[in-house]
Design a protein around this ligand. Structure first.
Ligand code: S3P
Length: 737
């Protein structure tokens, strides 16, 4: 779609840059500039940004018809006068849009003028700008990779919205739609408030006579912080008045925060200051890395696809990132300990970072992570504070279930939320025992997140028999037990990972393990300690399987945690004939570690022993790939838990294997896989990190390339997977869109 005549009313930076971008894209047959200033009109013609130029819309209004567009880019409070001209002089076949930074006031003005919002009027706001203003600052790239928000109302015609959307896309913008109210609130917080503060700061300093030298000595921070105070004063005057209510509420929040900071400085309250500064730094770093150059602070995750070339082998010494389960627990226990906990080898993946952010939100000062080093300033068992809003835990089931237990006995209310996958996972497995302990805890529909906990409950100890083999549920109940009166015990139906028990002991807390039962008495204290996180055996698994299935391979995987409750995968692969050896066995912080040497050896199909299932629960996607490369049939039973992981790992893996020509049959509690030739093809990981990495490894034995969709979540557990895989010898290309 393109535009016949585009009339731009107001030819400042915003309007003139739109003209420049559309001109370059040859998107309009004619561009007509309307501005009051003679100088602006002359410049618009001289710079070739407009074909014709007029002082008033009335000079051209009669000419306009179907296929023409008017874009109003005057200061917000002047928009109404232009709308009056439009209403009285322009055909309703002409699509009209605006660029004002506040949408509520323009919508109300349009209602006053037209009676109701006409179908051809599309309210919009390009989120782009510059401290320069005027037609001479016109920049055809101003909107490239910036966002434009359209706020259509019920009466707006879909084709009018489409017309304006295409216009902005033609200048490289990403167009999204939201309600007028949401737009004004979001912009008040992310744009209008920072401008008020920047103007106020410069004004304060510039007019303080004692600070007359300020500009001479102004350092980088001042310059960076105040850049936006050079923006167009009229425009910002109008914005503040038009979005008064939302700006005032954002300002109140800020004033309150500033007041607290003032008190903290007065009282030399280092904890408070460090807390605010580390939380802000983490949030700012997160925004910067997430958003790149995008202008609006809203999280949008990228689509990542892996394309893996067939064949090859793996070799070399590799160190995979830190153990996810232990990383989570180091932050949780470090936060509720007395004193400082120094963690090294921490996994800087999204799941563990979600836990870290949650504790920052509850007032814990956490420095880092820097290169895997984290320093947690523990606040003691009762030192956590109410978070400012729901705790968002991303994709991480471990964060949600363990936090549910740890927070069940706090004095404050809390809501735990997560992403689309986590929001479908069962949570009654923790809410049931926690309710029995006296917690006020509830889940949403069907027992799924969000989890809501009302604070102030007095917890009582229980003896709990786990209905399923789950380390997360065991840990959740034990963590709640720290806050309960008396001795809490948990009995598990099969051995599950015991990192919680080991780490509690490392923090000086007594936990007794007797057979299949764990016990602890509430009300003790944890003492800050040092924690060295070993490399994650679950991440190492992908390279173990890679070496086991590709002839000529040999890898050494350094410093991998080989806790007996986690080595199910090694035992299963060995039963299949894999050549895996332990070198340099040692122990760090209560966890056994070793270097693993894995060499290629032909694999055979087996019936996987049931007792090994919980000990290899996260490794089955990769084990299924090994089974596809083995001679004969591999059968897994007793693994129904796989259906409620980050995805339904039985179904998603069966579908993917079948797409690659493998004879795989899903059963209710496992899978039957016949060793077969793996063809190339396309598989969907359904956003499951471990499935994405497993199919990557499968390409070593496939006859054609494998394309794996929806791989962004690999970052939850293994942020540098594709570079390490490349280093090892896998030919993987990561495509981000
Ligand atoms: C984990 C326990 C396991 C595992 C998960 C991490 C933990 O879940 O699948 O990735 O850190 O306690 P379940 O306990 O639900 O089996």
């Amino acid at each position: 779609m393109s535009i016949n005549k585009l009339v731009i009313v107001g030819f400042g930076l915003i309007g003139a840059s739109l003209a420049a971008g559309l001109r370059r894209a040859h998107y309009c047959r004619e561009i007509i500039a309307i501005a009051r200033s003679e100088n602006t009109l002359e410049k618009a013609l001289e710079l070739g940004l407009a074909d014709r130029a007029f002082h008033a819309l009335s000079d051209i209004a009669q000419e306009l018809d179907d296929g023409d567009v008017i874009c109003i880019s005057v200061p917000t409070l002047s928009t109404k006068a232009v709308l009056e001209d439009v209403a009285s002089q322009v055909s309703d076949k002409v699509v009209v849009t605006d660029c004002a930074s506040v949408k509520g006031s323009v919508r109300d003005a349009a209602r006053d003028v037209f009676g109701e919002i006409p179908k051809q009027l599309v309210l919009g706001h390009p989120i782009a700008g510059s401290e320069q203003s005027g037609v001479t600052a016109a920049n055809p790239d101003l909107y490239q990779q910036h966002r434009v928000i359209l706020t259509p109302v019920e009466s707006t015609a879909a084709e009018s919205v489409e017309c304006i959307k295409c216009m902005w896309q033609a200048v490289g913008a990403e167009v999204l739609t939201m309600s007028v109210e949401e737009h004004d609130e979001v912009l008040a917080a992310t744009s209008h408030l920072p401008h008020v503060i920047a103007y106020s700061l410069v004004d304060t300093l510039a007019h303080d006579s004692e600070n007359e030298n300020i500009f001479r000595y102004a350092a980088g921070g001042f310059k960076d912080f105040t850049r936006i105070a050079s923006s167009d004063p009229t425009m910002w005057h109008d914005i503040m008045l038009s979005n008064k209510d939302s700006v005032l509420s954002a300002l109140s929040l800020f004033e309150n925060n500033l007041k607290q900071l003032r008190i903290a400085i007065e009282n030399e309250d280092s904890d408070y200051l460090l807390g605010v500064f580390t939380r802000s730094k983490a949030a700012r770093d997160h925004f910067v890395s997430r958003l790149g150059k995008k202008a609006l602070m809203k999280h949008q995750s990228n689509d990542v696809t892996y394309v893996v070339q067939p064949g090859g082998r793996v070799s070399g010494e590799l160190r995979v990132p830190g153990d996810k389960s232990i990383s989570h627990r180091s932050i949780m226990l470090g936060s509720i300990a007395d004193g400082i906990t120094e963690v090294s080898g921490f996994l800087e993946g999204e799941d563990a970072l979600a836990t870290l952010q949650a504790f920052r939100d509850m007032g814990v000062v956490i420095e880092g992570p820097n290169d895997g080093n984290v320093k947690v300033h523990g606040v003691g068992l009762h030192g956590l504070q109410a978070p400012p809003g729901p705790l968002y835990l991303g994709n991480s089931g471990t964060s949600m279930r363990l936090l549910a237990g740890l927070l069940a006995g706090q004095s404050f209310d809390v809501v735990l939320t997560g992403d689309e996958s986590l929001s479908k996972r069962p949570m009654t497995r923790v809410s049931n025992p926690l309710s029995q302990m006296g917690a006020n805890i509830s889940t949403a529909d069907k027992g799924c997140p969000p989890i809501t906990i009302t604070g102030g409950a007095k917890l009582k100890a229980i003896d709990y028999s786990l209905p399923m083999a789950s380390a997360q549920v065991k840990s959740s109940v034990l963590l709640a037990g720290l806050y309960a009166d008396g001795e809490t015990s948990v009995t598990e139906p099969a051995v599950t990972r015991d990192h919680t028990e080991r780490m509690l002991r490392g923090f000086g807390y007594d936990v007794i393990t007797e057979g299949d039962t764990m016990r602890l008495v509430g009300g003790g204290t944890l003492k800050g300690t040092a924690i060295e996180v070993p490399a994650d055996i679950s991440s190492a698994t992908f390279f173990m399987v890679a070496a086991a299935i590709s002839p000529g391979s040999e890898v050494i995987l350094k410093h991998v945690g080989i806790n007996p409750t986690r080595i199910g995968v090694i035992n299963i692969l060995r039963l299949m004939g894999a050549d895996i050896g332990f070198l340099n066995k040692t122990e760090v912080g209560g966890e056994p570690v070793a270097d693993l040497r894995v060499r290629y050896a032909p694999l055979i199909g087996i019936d996987i022993p049931k007792e090994l299932v919980p000990l290899a629960i996260d490794e089955f996607p990769a084990i299924f790939v090994a089974a596809a490369c083995a001679q004969g049939v591999t059968r897994l039973t007793g693994a129904e838990e796989l259906r409620v992981k980050e995805s339904d790992r039985i179904q998603v893996m069966a579908d993917g294997l079948q797409a690659l020509g493998v004879k795989a049959t899903a059963t209710p509690d496992g899978m039957v896989i016949e060793g077969s030739e793996i063809t190339g093809g396309e598989v969907d990981s359904h956003g499951d990190h471990r499935i994405a990495m497993s199919f990557t490894v499968a390409a070593l034995r496939s006859s054609g390339p494998i394309t794996i969709k929806d791989c962004a979540n690999v970052a939850t557990s293994f942020p540098d997977f594709s570079s390490l895989a490349t280093k090892a010898g896998i030919s993987i290309e990561e495509i981000t869109s």
